[in-house]
Design a protein around this ligand. Sequence first.
Ligand SMILES: Cc1cc2nc3c(=O)[nH]c(=O)nc-3n(C[C@H](O)[C@H](O)[C@H](O)COP(=O)(O)O)c2cc1C
Length: 181
Amino acid sequence: MPNTRAETRAETLHAEGVSEDEFRAAMSRLAAGVVLVTAQEPPFGEDVGMTATAFMSVSLDPPLVLVSVREGSRMDDLLDEQPLWAVSVLAEHQRQVAGRFSMKNRISDRLLFADLPYVRGELSGAPLIGGALATLECRTESRTAAGDHTLVVGRVLSASVPPGEAGPLAYFRGRYRQLGA
Ligand SMILES: Cc1cc2nc3c(=O)[nH]c(=O)nc-3n(C[C@H](O)[C@H](O)[C@H](O)COP(=O)(O)O)c2cc1C
């Protein structure tokens, strides 16, 4: 039996809580940019990538970003032991990149990187994808468990914006989109 009003309320909310479908549907209406998070298995091992929309800027001074990674995913496990990682902000012509790095239960990403243009970040050693709208190299400042995800806050070590006029790759209502003219 609950002892306090707060406990009663928590249980009520849980009992009447939002369903996964309702939650997913509501969040699918939040248009998001799409990024590729990358890191290299230490020491000097295989490269790993993960398509993500749960990425945001957190702080300007110091420059911090955050990515939310599913607990137990390959990227979560890798970032637990590799503090250096990178983010490539994908352009509208990079749907295939997003698609291949979101496939479930991959064992190796070696072939996924094999025909992809990238350079290795000087500070992170992580792949920076050619044709991306922007690339950032980061060092993990904190990891916080949040439900079934880990919030990874990274200090931005470098940020660059290659020349080019391509638009962003966006994700909205479960589909990749380009911004209208
Ligand atoms: C558009 C899109 C956005 C995604 N955003 C995230 C995200 O922000 N965080 C995350 O952990 N997974 C996200 N995913 C799922 C991962 O890309 C996917 O689970 C992962 O690459 C598969 O590896 P795993 O089997 O180790 O989970 C997203 C997938 C798609 C298609």
